[in-house]
Design a protein around this ligand. Structure first.
Ligand code: BTN
Length: 232
């Protein structure tokens, strides 16, 4: 069951560092503040103490599955709960961002550790505009800056864990096909001009293996990950 046991600390470097592969699958780590929060590609993930949902989940997927797929499973669950909280549609910006109204409200990070995957999810919940980082590639938003409401974080966490468990079980049983319709329907980049590590073109779709397919002048190319720029 995802969410038990739970390690909670008031502050830590990163919740990604509180879990290890010897723990039971489904163990989570949460905190109110990270002093060295990790983002994708070695970036930092900054938070204002007490305002964000900061959570890592220990998963032990079948050995033949790609970590990129876990990122998508996490992104889908996060998009669904953000949508429920706001009553507005949320998109997945490949590979790991959740967007509302073209602003990033959440990010996910899947890190491999001794055959296990540590899936970290950060959701901007109660930050005011001033408390959000201003220098991010995708402009940032919180649930609060979108609809003005201050929320308790625990019910959002409970919804996230239940939704993630459902999505994860469906994926373990049926692979990405089981979730593909839901992921495709939320694909933020589809049809946008993008550039990923020097490959430039129009984003076609998120592929079933978690890569992004781009239509370039030289044909369709599937990219694994990396530095992404996109047309707003
Ligand atoms: C990204 O957008 O680049 C990914 C951000 C992931 C942030 C979460 S917050 C909880 C967990 N602990 C971390 O240090 N990072 C992830």
């Amino acid at each position: 069951m995802i969410g038990e046991p739970r390690v909670h600390v008031a502050e830590c470097e990163s919740t990604q560092l509180l879990l290890d592969a010897s723990m039971a699958e489904g163990t989570i780590a949460t905190t109110d503040h990270q002093t060295s929060g990790r983002g994708r590609l070695g970036r930092t993930w900054d938070d204002e103490p007490g305002t964000s949902l900061l959570c890592s989940v220990l998963l032990k997927p079948p050995a033949d599955r790609r970590a990129a797929e876990v990122t998508l499973v996490g992104g889908l669950a996060t998009a669904e709960i953000v949508e429920r909280a706001l009553g507005l549609s949320a998109q997945i910006k490949w590979p790991n961002d959740v967007m509302v109204d073209r602003r990033k409200v959440a990010g996910g990070l899947a890190e491999l550790l001794e055959g296990a995957v540590i899936l970290g999810i950060g959701i901007n919940v109660n930050q005011t505009r001033d408390q959000l980082p201003g220098d991010t590639r995708a402009p940032a938003a919180s649930l609060r800056t979108i609809d003005g409401r201050v929320r308790e974080r625990e019910p959002i966490l409970a919804d996230l864990l239940a939704t993630l468990e459902q999505a994860y079980e469906a994926w373990v049983a049926g692979g990405i096909d089981a979730l593909y319709g839901e992921i495709g329907a939320r694909d933020f980049l589809r049809g946008r001009r993008v550039s990923v590590n020097g490959t430039t073109g129009t984003a076609l779709m998120i592929a079933r293996d978690g890569r992004l397919e781009i239509e370039t002048a030289a044909g369709t190319v599937a990219v694994e990950g990396g530095e992404l720029t996109y047309e707003r």
